[in-house]
Design a binder for this molecule. Structure first.
Ligand code: 5RP
Length: 227
């Protein structure tokens, strides 16, 4: 098993019968969904909400029924991946392009668990390009603004085409290199008309499960401990 799978399978133990569970997006989450579906097939009863079309498709294929977010009150637990996590459990997400729905789902979750491999644990965020979801209209102007600021922007593409999010927006990835204060940058970026959401997730994760070699490091928001 690789580190992503080890962390992902460990996370499934946090899911309890009767819970409303938020399902993140990405390759680590895919491992989690596989394991979760085994528990569902053997009697675990949950309601699940999804953070992307891709996750909805995979979960449904695996026999996990997806409920509409507007039809549930509050989410008990969301399990999601991340692209970078710092020592305060702030993170960059959106490498898979699902940052908007991921942030919405996280914001109404009582508990958020992130599952990552060891390479994603960093001292300071910013080496991973920061995804910013922007409306298509006028996005070239936003791009130029980001360029002027020295954010080193790049439109995300799939082959020759622009990547389109589930909400029909573009993503501009910013090569910041070092993000000293995620909350300040998040507020600054959101002040640009046309910016829908950023991949800066601060004060969101309650627990990070990091696969390190053959074991899982359980990192709580305040203190760190090894299992
Ligand atoms: C998608 C995300 C993913 O959780 C993040 O990109 C990690 O992906 P992976 O598990 O494939 O490494 O934020 O928008």
């Amino acid at each position: 098993m690789n580190e992503k799978q080890i962390a992902a399978e460990y996370a499934v133990d946090y899911v309890e019968d009767g819970m409303i569970v938020g399902l993140g997006t990405g390759s680590t989450v895919a491992f989690m969904l596989n394991k979760l579906s085994q528990r569902v097939k053997t009697g675990l009863t949950i309601k699940a909400v999804s953070t992307s079309a891709a996750t909805t498709k995979l979960a449904t294929t695996l026999g996990i029924k997806i409920s509409k977010l507007n039809e549930i009150d509050e989410i008990d637990l969301t399990i999601d991946g991340a692209d970078e996590v710092d020592e305060n459990l702030n993170g960059i997400k959106g490498g898979g392009g699902a940052l908007l729905y991921e942030k919405i789902v996280a914001s109404i979750s009582k508990k958020n668990i992130w599952i990552v491999d060891s390479k994603k644990l960093v001292k300071t965020l910013g080496k991973f390009p920061l995804p910013v979801e922007v409306v298509q209209y006028g996005s070239n102007h936003l791009f130029k603004e980001f360029e002027k600021k020295g954010y080193k922007p790049g439109f995300r593409n799939v082959g020759k085409n622009r990547f389109i999010t589930d909400s029909n927006n573009y993503i501009i990835d910013l090569r910041m290199d070092r993000i000293e204060d995620p909350s300040v940058l998040d507020i600054k970026l959101k002040s640009y008309p046309g910016v829908v959401e950023t991949g800066l997730f601060y004060n969101v994760a309650d627990l990070v499960l990091a696969g390190i070699g053959d074991s899982v490091k359980v990192i709580n928001k305040k203190k760190r401990e090894q299992t």
